[in-house]
Design a protein around this ligand. Structure first.
Ligand code: DX5
Ligand code: ZN
Length: 209
């Protein structure tokens, strides 16, 4: 995959017309569809789950990046894989079993992503960096679209880039939350490979390319 890529988040789409949202993603530079799953426990809101992923699967060939903001993600890997996920990203804060989850995701032939909240350091990932395909750096607190970018999180992108070079690791660095035309430059300069964007993509303000 030639990076950087844009991964628009369906969270800011019109849920009554997901087909049109997916067309918008395809026609405006999106390479990945980012799907935010919230369970009302790990984060307060509840969004959508496996049935919605399954129902939109045939609308596009673009890969689905399912971002699990859920407790005990180990209970949901198989069902999201079956529903049509291509990448499954879980939060390191939500499980004691991050290594096993990466194995479970890989056994199904999918890409494994691991995410950190703004309050979690890159060092929390040290044991799994060599196995992960994507590291998703949250640049807002997970749970809602339309929040303000947290500047200090961009340093984690640069840190992850440096560690990747030192150890010859392969993960892509993804950023999620508060990306607009100003913060886009900050994260691209820091080395982000995958740019998740919800509100600024769907309100038409984000300039990509
Ligand atoms: C937040 C989600 C994000 C969200 C980003 O918890 O993980 O993917 O859609 O939305 P914006 O781009 O509006 O911050
Ligand atoms: Zn997300």
């Amino acid at each position: 995959m030639k990076t950087p890529v844009l991964a628009p988040s369906l969270l800011s789409a019109d849920f009554s017309n997901l087909e049109s949202a997916i067309k918008q993603i395809e026609n405006n530079g999106g390479s990945v569809v980012h799907i935010d799953v919230m369970d009302g426990h790990f984060v307060p809101e509840i969004t959508y789950g496996q049935p919605v992923v399954r129902s939109i699967r045939n609308l596009t060939k673009l890969p689905f990046d399912v971002h699990l903001m859920v407790e005990k993600p180990e209970n949901h890997i198989v069902s999201f894989a079956d529903a049509g996920a291509d990448w499954i990203t879980f939060h390191i804060e939500a499980t004691a079993h991050s290594h096993r989850l990466i194995q479970m995701i890989h056994e199904r032939g999918l890409k494994a992503g691991v995410s950190i909240c703004p309050g979690t350091s890159v060092s929390a990932l040290s044991e799994i960096l060599e196995y992960a395909d994507i590291i998703l750096v949250m640049t807002v607190n997970p749970g809602w679209g339309g929040q303000k970018f947290i500047e200090s999180c961009a340093d984690k992108v640069a840190e992850l880039k440096k560690i990747r070079a030192e150890h010859n690791y392969n993960y892509l660095i993804s950023v999620d939350g508060g990306i607009n035309n100003d913060t886009l430059k900050t994260v691209l300069d820091a080395g982000a490979d995958v740019i998740v964007s919800g509100s600024s993509f769907f309100n038409g303000s984000l300039k990509w390319n």
